[in-house]
Design a protein around this ligand. Structure first.
Ligand code: FMN
Length: 196
């Protein structure tokens, strides 16, 4: 089965990203079409980008980069569980993305975003510009959670509604289709670099 990496973008103590990711992981497990791996950026604890060489060269000098490279290279698809901070996506997610280059290429990305009135959608729109630069394919299908706090029960567990459940299924179905379609490109040698 293809490997789906679920990346928890928020690193804040008390973040809602963790229970939201717990829900999505259970949802993806029930979907049954992916091997799942959860990457918690708080646990990964990457320093601010500290490699001397451009990541496209893959000449990594730090063990944390080599480890991160191996994990991302082994994934076939991603779901970013991501908050919206100041109408954008959060800095730890950008840092984790910037560390690598080819490891991300030709892999689809789904988004579970959350926040206030905009449900994190402004952060999602912003990150598309970044990830397409790395030849990732963002999905249209997404789980967008508005006023995320209202979906927590008294035990601080996230309780998705029917709309979110349906959106998660649609996103996972599409992720599966795109992962399969992009697979041949991942097997080919990388195309020559375009001017940046
Ligand atoms: C630095 C910061 C900026 C925020 N900016 C936004 C925002 O632009 N839009 C929004 O909907 N919510 C915003 N929020 C509220 C977050 O949606 C809310 O705090 C959410 O719980 C953050 O996710 P997390 O708990 O997983 O870190 C912001 C929160 C923080 C901490």
């Amino acid at each position: 089965m293809p490997r789906l990496q679920i990346i928890i973008a928020s690193t804040r103590p008390g973040r809602v990203g963790l229970p939201v990711a717990d829900w999505f992981r259970a949802r993806a497990l029930a979907h049954g079409e992916f091997d799942l791996e959860v990457v918690d950026l708080a646990e990964l604890n990457l320093p601010f980008m500290d490699e001397p060489n451009h990541p496209r060269l893959r000449q990594y000098t730090k063990q944390h980069t080599k480890d991160w490279s191996a994990r991302v290279a082994a994934a076939d698809a991603f779901v970013f569980v991501m908050p919206e901070y100041n109408f954008g996506f959060n800095a730890p997610l950008k840092n984790a993305i910037d560390y690598l280059n080819q490891e991300w290429a030709y892999k689809p990305v789904g988004f579970v975003s959350y926040g206030g009135v905009a449900a994190g959608t402004r952060a999602v729109q912003m990150i598309k510009q970044v990830i397409t630069t790395l030849k990732m394919t963002p999905l249209f299908e997404a789980v967008s959670i508005p006023f995320v706090r209202q979906f927590f029960d008294e035990n601080d567990r996230f309780q998705a509604n029917e709309i979110m459940e349906q959106a998660a299924t649609a996103m996972l179905d599409e992720l599966q289709r795109l992962e399969r379609a992009l697979r041949p490109l991942r097997r080919e040698p990388a195309a020559p670099e375009a001017t940046r």
